[in-house]
Design a binder for this molecule. Structure first.
Ligand code: HEC
Length: 407
């Protein structure tokens, strides 16, 4: 039997329509957004009858429970604030979209949540057969979607067809009761009643995957650089260990000769650590330290101290006209921000260009940005899409940002 669970774009939707005959069952989750994430397959009881189900919290903000044998959609409810669709139509399984959400049809910009990072991304959920709850590393992360009217595929850089670099004068706001725009939440969700049981609000987005244990614990690493254990029934925080770096991966547990270990791959990265520096690393203290960390009861090892952080050199002197800086800002945001962070504020993985020695020197900047001097380290030449003037305008913007944000 082939079973498919599809989401993603209209392209996939039409592929699904063409191939329905070959597919035992399939579900198209949503079609406006780029989504799709992990599915859990568990036996749960619904209406007093044990059913074999698939449970999924894709990016689109809804939590789906489907019969694993027939594909029947059993329920779908909203887990995080969502302003592009009101609910899932149980007849069709499709989201009921709000007017204006198809920004490519309307031609207008719309701030949509969940944005491309999703209400839940790849970070694995967990399920406890003891509590019957699903634990979801969820988040609120809006994005301003707007059609790029002049879109042409380019040799390098992101090819999205979405204009996210021109400032938008007026834009819809999220309702104030939804709280801060960017939020990380650990949600304990009852998949039978489709209701929240408890939640833990985290400092920011991009927190780790989950592990639930038979001992009644939920473990999660987070972007606050710690590994935490919660009571799986109440969400009470029971234990934590500082990890010197954020954690995205889910912990695992195993035992050797009767001794139980908890192991996690620690390390900071992912798209938010590249693109959303101002959100996830506003004070510039985040760094990636790649390690495998193992814990056991009574373990007494300590992490070695990290090398001291050097204070960044003072920014170079501002240069360039406002027009040049504005042109540089648009080029930067369109191409460079994806790795070096919006507003030239790094998420802590790649160099923060505001403090880069290359930004202080036109020839050095040119050698990296146009001649590919650091290509072997993953920084290719952008000469295929930028002129020397463009590259220098980007430098003028980065230096302006460095001075504006200098402490
Ligand atoms: C696909 C990801 C990516 C994009 C897009 C990108 N860079 Fe980079 N950049 C890197 C990586 C990786 C490095 C090297 C990191 C290292 O040396 O460890 C780097 C390094 C640099 C450095 C050297 C910084 C230093 O102090 O060592 C400069 C300058 C730079 N990039 C400028 C730019 C500019 C300007 C743009 C946009 C035109 C851009 N980058 C776009 C990935 C990227």
């Amino acid at each position: 039997m082939v079973s498919l669970q599809l989401s993603q774009t209209r392209l996939i939707e039409s592929l699904y329509d063409d191939h329905q005959g070959d597919i035992e069952f399939g579900t198209v989750l949503s079609s406006t957004q780029i989504d799709d994430d992990d599915a859990l397959a568990e036996l749960i009881e619904i209406d007093g009858r044990e059913r074999s189900v698939i449970m999924q919290a894709p990016k689109n903000g809804f939590f789906y429970v489907l019969d694993r044998e027939t594909g029947e959609l059993l329920s779908a409810e909203n887990i995080m604030p969502t302003n592009w669709a009101t609910h899932i139509d149980m007849e069709t399984g499709r989201p009921v979209e709000v007017q204006g959400a198809r920004y490519d049809d309307t031609g207008s910009a719309m701030k949509i949540t969940p944005g491309p990072g999703g209400a839940h991304n790849w970070h694995p959920m967990s399920y406890s057969p003891d509590t019957g709850l699903v634990y979801i590393p969820a988040q609120q992360e809006p994005f301003i979607y707007r059609l790029d009217e002049n879109y042409k595929a380019q040799a390098i850089g992101m090819n999205l067809g979405v204009n996210f670099w021109d400032p938008v004068a007026e834009i819809n706001q999220l309702p104030p009761e939804w709280g801060p725009e960017y939020q990380g939440q650990l949600l304990a969700w009852n998949p039978v009643t489709q209701q929240e049981v408890w939640r833990v609000t985290q400092t920011t987005i991009e927190n780790g995957g989950l592990l639930s244990t038979a001992g009644g614990l939920v473990f999660q690493g987070n972007s606050d650089e710690e590994l935490v254990a919660y009571n799986d029934a109440t969400g009470e925080r029971l234990w934590s260990a500082p990890t010197q770096t954020a954690i995205l991966a889910p912990p695992v547990t195993y035992s050797v000769d009767g001794e139980q270990y908890l192991v996690v791959v620690a390390g900071w990265g992912g798209i938010d650590a590249l693109f959303l520096g101002p959100v996830v690393n506003p004070d510039g203290t985040k760094r990636n330290v790649s390690r495998v960390l193992a814990f056991k009861l009574g373990g007494d090892a300590e992490l070695p101290a990290l090398p001291e952080r050097l204070a960044p050199p003072p920014p170079a002197d501002d240069f360039g006209s406002d027009g040049q800086v504005q042109a540089g800002a648009a080029h930067y945001t369109r191409i460079c921000s994806v790795c070096h962070g919006v507003g030239a504020i790094s998420g802590g993985v790649l160099p923060d260009l505001r403090h880069s020695a290359f930004a202080a020197d036109a020839a050095a900047w040119h050698s990296v940005v146009m001649e590919g001097a650091l290509a072997e380290r993953g920084m290719v030449s952008f000469a295929p899409i930028f002129s020397d003037e463009d590259a220098e305008a980007i430098r003028a913007f980065v230096v302006r940002q460095a001075n504006l944000t200098a402490r």
